[in-house]
Structure formats: C-alpha cells, structure tokens
Design a protein around this ligand. Structure first.
Ligand SMILES: [Zn+2]
Length: 201
C-alpha cells in the first residue's frame, strides 16, 4: 500500500496506522459488480499493531442511495444483482418484494437474484411491471425516508424521470374509451387524413 500518511487506527487506536486515498477503488462490497469509486472517495488504513485493515467510503449513505438511482434510471435489462441491491436499499425481504409485485412466491425473487450479473428478463416489456413497482418504492422508501441523503440535483433527476415514466406508463395502461365505427376524414386542403371521433359516418 502506498503510504499517504499515518493516523489513528480505527480498530485498536494505535497512532501509527498507515492510510491512503486510492484514485480508483472497486466498490465490490456494495454487492454490484464493476462499480468503481474515483475522486478520493475512499480511505484505506492498514495497521501493523493489530494487523487489520479498514476501508471507509466518504458519504457512503448518499452513495448507496445514488447507486440505486443510477440503476433505476438505466434502460431495460435489470440484472439479478441490481434487483438484490434495490431490495436491500429498500430494506425489504424477498417475500416483501414478491408481494409488492403481486407474486405469491418468495422463490421468484430468489431465482431472479441468483442470476447475478445476467439480465433477468428477455424482453424489455417483461420487466415493465417490476420497474413500475421499483420506481414507486424508491419514492416511498428512499426519497420520502427521513434518512434520505440524495443531493437536491439527484432528487430533481429522480422526480423528472418519475414524472416522465409514470405519464408514459399511464398512457399505455389507460383503457381507451369504447368506440363505435371509426371515421377517417380526408382534409382536402392539407391533403391529410384525420380521425373524426364520435360522429357517425
Ligand atoms: Zn490497529
């Protein structure tokens, strides 16, 4: 380990622990593969007296909320790890999440999470229901929580994405009015066709 200085060991209190701030740090204990922290976000210590090392992530609670947001805002292709990450961010059991998405079996979630880094669903449409629920749970469990640590900029990002997402899903899920025969009328002046609703031909 590159020596950046010495400080008190957080474990045994020895004043001689070495520490460093790595430029890039693989944040693998978050449960997600391939997440790297940059910008002196981590302090590693190593202590000769107790033989232990520690790693401290700056603003880790905020980082965990933000990582959840990053997953939510990514396109389709949720992986098993990502589902497990969000579930634990929301402090929910596999059973809780199964209930929230209208599945009766806890094992469904366990099977999805076991996919690890692999996408769980084949087609984007298949994960739509789950994404709707995960989005509203983020609002309830993270944004509205008194422990929410997201920066105002990230909250704005979430609210904008949520509004957009909900309005699109609403559009898809709103049953259209029952209709009789459709009338299409050619508008002569512009040379276009227009649907004429509620009028018998
Ligand atoms: Zn120590």
């Amino acid at each position: 380990m590159k020596l950046a200085g010495t400080r008190t060991c957080p474990l045994c209190g020895s004043p001689e622990a070495r520490f460093e701030h790595p430029a890039r740090y693989e944040y693998d204990h978050c449960g997600l593969t391939g997440v790297f922290l940059e910008g002196n976000a981590v302090e590693l210590t190593e202590c000769d007296k107790c033989g232990q090392g520690t790693s401290m992530i700056l603003n880790e609670v905020q980082l965990m909320d933000y990582l959840g947001l990053v997953i939510l805002l990514s396109g389709p292709g949720l992986t098993g790890e990502e589902i497990a990450y969000l579930r634990s961010l929301y402090r929910m059991s596999q059973e809780d999440l199964a209930t929230a998405i209208g599945r009766s079996r806890r094992e469904t979630i366990a099977d999805w999470e076991a996919r690890g880094t692999q996408p769980v669903f084949r087609a984007p449409f298949d994960e739509l229901n789950l994404r709707v629920v995960l989005m509203s749970l983020f609002q309830k469990k993270v944004v509205e929580s008194k422990w929410c640590c997201l920066a105002p900029r990230h909250l704005d990002q979430f609210h904008a994405a949520r509004r957009d997402f909900i309005s699109r899903v609403d559009q898809m899920l709103t049953p259209r009015e029952p209709h009789g025969p459709r009338s299409l009328k050619r508008i002569k002046s512009s040379g276009e066709w227009a649907a004429v609703r509620g009028r018998a031909a």
